[in-house]
Ligand binder design. Structure first.
Ligand code: ATP
Ligand code: MG
Length: 660
């Protein structure tokens, strides 16, 4: 598109978004990858569409059930029940059955601590640990249906604790170890957890995060907590309250070696987990057992093309849903070998992830765009130091990935050998919903792809009109097995937030997206972040991608701020690559670059250069705070923000640049 051309779409209807960015690169998986892939043709899409319930039942049969279900799906919108009447145990499916089926000595977890310490747990080791800790919980009065809060670093005891809860039918509520005592207290009180599992501390960027010490402030305000279990990670000082606080290794010494797994109803709760809080107050999402396990097993196997021999590394912290579904439940249900790493990617140097890939021979690597953009900012020299030839498949999740970051990932990390799966999903969906399948899907940088077989998504306008092609709201139009079953303790908000925008059977994702002629879905950003410029509604992703397309830019966040003359001014916050050539007119150059790439309408009025952008602790850009800065408002909820100094610095910088 030439500069000055009108944007491609001149729709101004509410609920429709403009489409600006034309991305026409298409990349096919290599012949070699295709040949060995698990899914080699599009037959599964047809089979699933023809009879979704029969298709999901096929997947569910890959789990071990104590009692088969009577009915696959009971759908009273918006309430769904999957595999009704069936009974199973999530822990049994992740551990026991592999021990029984010949994987006793297979590595289940290969772990590296930030200081460089290492542990490998075979499935047999995991089995023994989980059984004993399940007995510890029972011995301390934790029963089926009780809630257990977990606040831990990324150490093997974290999945062990979750699986032990699942084994006895207790509901785990993992709280990200980087959260404050206050956030922990709120989440414990919301779930009324009876026990807390934590550690004396964990390592992050060479310093110790004193988890138990912090947790003490929370426990002072959470009367429901009767017992606290503490893993000794280091030798970090802490106070022990006799009778309430127990060292993990001491109580494990006396524990019996076998604990019968509880036969759970398919619809019994497996866990609750809070969303990242990018758009506001986090929501406590409820997931149940049978459908969730079915959904994560299916997606782990097909999206990651998982084979017996793979070494699977999902870098997400288990405190987020990605860690629940693709560090713990999906890969372990599939009997895979997983890698876990405790610390920061730039400690002690910026090649840490690549060192781990090399040392453990990682074959499938799954990370977030925010990490990829950080790697881009640091430069190629770090991955180039290491042997990455074991990698065969790459994945991304968490935010839209800008086409330039996608290409960088493809070329520098995957060395043009590894397909990339760009997986769209949410805490609420429990499982990957939109992606390509790596052996068959043509890849289009920046576009997530097709709904997973058995999943049905659509683009809707405000009035609920379905757009075959074009941009609008992303909706999910058919129940899926791993779907959320509620917001913990808040049934009204559940209906209002997710099932009220159109009708009660259509799930509102809060994301904007477009669907192309080939059926591919491309995410455009969150509906809350949509910019309204001269009557056009523009998603943030396209302008940001146009900026990241420039060779000097590593990351960009775009917001619409109020402007006396124009109504809305586009303001871009930009982080440069470390080796970027700084020139006086870079601001003008970037504005021009955007105008040339996607049209004059998207030309930013202002560009603010910043070393960092405000992000959630899960690494997502919080544009609402940037809007607050631009509009000179007091900042909204910052409890889920990773680093408050970033917004403070930006606020100062913004004010100074306004005066100039
Ligand atoms: P909250 O709902 O509290 O604001 P959150 O939405 O950030 O928090 P998550 O459930 O962790 O919490 O994130 C899901 C969101 O992440 C999606 O709705 C979408 O906006 C974004 N997302 C995840 N994966 C992708 C992807 N592959 N492409 C584009 N966006 C993605
Ligand atoms: Mg969300």
């Amino acid at each position: 598109m030439k500069e000055g051309d009108p944007p491609k779409s001149d729709e101004t209807d509410e609920g429709r978004l403009s489409e600006l960015l034309v991305e026409d690169r298409v990349i096919e998986p290599s012949e070699e990858f295709k040949k060995g892939a698990i899914v080699t043709d599009d037959q599964p899409y047809q089979r699933a569409a023809a009879d979704p319930e029969a298709y999901w039942a096929e997947w569910a049969k890959q789990l071990d059930w104590y009692k088969p279900w009577d009915k696959v799906l009971e759908w009273n919108p918006p309430d769904a029940k999957w595999f009704v009447g069936g009974q199973l145990n999530a822990c049994y499916n992740c551990v026991d059955r592999h021990v029984k089926n010949g994987l006793r000595n297979k590595a289940a977890i290969i772990w590296e601590g930030e200081p460089g310490d290492r542990r490998t747990l075979t499935y047999w080791d995991l089995y023994r640990e989980v059984n004993r800790f399940a007995n510890v919980l029972k011995a301390h009065g934790i029963e089926r249906g009780d809630r257990v809060a977990i606040y831990m670093p990324m150490i093997p005891e974290l999945p062990i604790a979750m699986l032990a809860c699942a084994r006895i039918g207790a509901i785990h509520c993992v709280v990200f170890g980087g959260f404050s005592a206050q956030a922990l207290a709120e989440r414990i009180n919301d779930s009324q957890a009876k026990a807390l599992i934590t550690a004396d501390g964990g390592y992050r960027r060479g310093t110790i995060i004193p988890l138990k010490h912090d947790a003490d402030y929370a426990i002072a305000e959470t009367p429901s907590i009767e017992h606290v279990f503490i893993v000794e990670r280091g030798d970090f000082p802490l106070r022990i309250k006799e009778g309430r606080d127990h060292w993990w290794h001491r109580v494990m010494q006396d524990a019996e070696s076998y604990c019968e797994p509880a036969a759970m109803d398919s619809e019994d709760m497996l866990y609750t987990l809070y969303t990242s809080g990018t758009t506001g107050q986090p929501k406590g999402i409820v997931h149940t057992t049978g459908g969730y396990m079915t959904g994560v097993l299916a997606t782990t196997k097909w999206v990651f093309d998982l084979r017996e021999t793979d070494v699977f590394w999902c870098t997400a912290d288990i405190g987020w849903v990605t860690g629940h579904s693709y560090v713990v439940y999906g890969p372990l249900a599939a009997g895979a070998t997983i890698v876990m790493y405790e610390g920061s990617p730039d400690w002690p140097e910026r090649d840490r992830f690549w060192q781990i890939v090399e040392d453990f021979g990682v074959t499938v690597f799954y990370t977030a765009p925010t990490a990829i953009r950080a790697f881009m900012k640091w430069g190629k020299e770090y991955p180039n130091r290491r042997d990455l030839s074991s990698l065969r498949l790459l994945g991304t999740v968490g935010e839209p990935i800008n086409p330039e970051a996608w290409m960088w990932y493809y070329e520098t990390i995957g060395q043009q050998r590894c397909p990339i799966v760009d997986t769209w999903w949410q805490t609420e969906t429990g499982m990957i919903m939109i992606t390509t399948l790596p052996g068959i899907g043509k890849m289009r940088p920046g576009s997530a792809g097709l709904p997973f077989p058995g999943v049905e998504t659509a683009i809707l306008t405000d009035d609920g009109e379905v757009l075959e092609t074009g941009a609008g709201y992303l909706a999910i139009t058919r129940p899926w097995p791993a779907m959320l079953r509620g917001i913990y303790g808040d049934p009204e908000r559940y209906v209002e937030q997710y099932w009220s925008k159109w009708d009660k059977a259509t799930y509102f994702t809060s994301d904007g997206a477009k669907r192309d002629a080939d059926g591919y879905f491309t995410l455009l950003g969150r509906v809350d972040d949509v910019l309204n410029v001269a009557g056009h509604r523009i998603g943030t992703m396209e302008i940001e991608s146009a900026l990241v397309d420039h060779q000097s830019v590593a990351e960009a966040a775009v917001v619409g701020c109020s402007d006396e003359i124009k109504g809305t001014a586009i303001v871009a916050f930009v982080t440069l690559k470390l080796d970027a050539k700084l020139s006086v007119d870079l601001e003008a150059v970037l504005k021009e670059h955007v105008a040339r790439k996607i049209g004059a309408i998207a030309r930013p009025q202002r560009i603010i250069f910043s070393g960092d952008l405000p992000k959630t602790r899960s690494g997502k850009i919080m544009r609402r705070l940037l809007r607050d800065i631009g509009d000179g408002r007091i900042l909204g909820d910052t409890t889920t923000l990773a680093d408050t100094s970033v917004v403070e610095a930006l606020q100062r910088q913004y004010e100074e640049s306004e005066e100039a």
